[in-house]
Design a protein around this ligand. Sequence first.
Ligand code: FES
Ligand code: FES
Length: 160
Amino acid sequence: MPRHSFKLNGKRVSVSCDDDVRLLWVIRDLLGVRGPKYGCGINVCKACTCHINGKAFNPCSVPVSKIKRSDEITTIEGLPKTVGKELHPMQRAWLDLDVVQCGYCQPGQIMQAVSKVNEIRRKEGRTTITDADVDEIRNICRCGTYPRIREAIKQGAKQM
Ligand code: FES
Ligand code: FES
């Protein structure tokens, strides 16, 4: 069986599985990292959102064979380490504003929010997040926590 290796939350990992196994199952079922959630499996709900080399992506739609040895995958579990703190500022904002309802979509929401803020800073040098920026985020929340997510992204961005 093919062997696949990449970095996950700062550590090198290796797994043996078929090339077409989606990365989400590798992360969750073979490596036991359960922050990224399974919702649709077809790149629509965004519950599985993680970062690849610092940018948001959806591992439910990526075969593990597409991941290079040098690629760095970060899940919600590894997010605090990217800033050398116990909690990432976006997670702190989430707690301060009590965003979560059932919680299922929230790891993906936070990972997407961090990626979005970083993208805006990188491309436009802006540190203020607008309603229009948040409107571009497509992560689905069945509990309807969108108003609190919106405020948390704005607050978290100020502390990033
Ligand atoms: S489970 Fe990945 S986008 Fe829905
Ligand atoms: S908090 Fe329940 S799906 Fe978003």
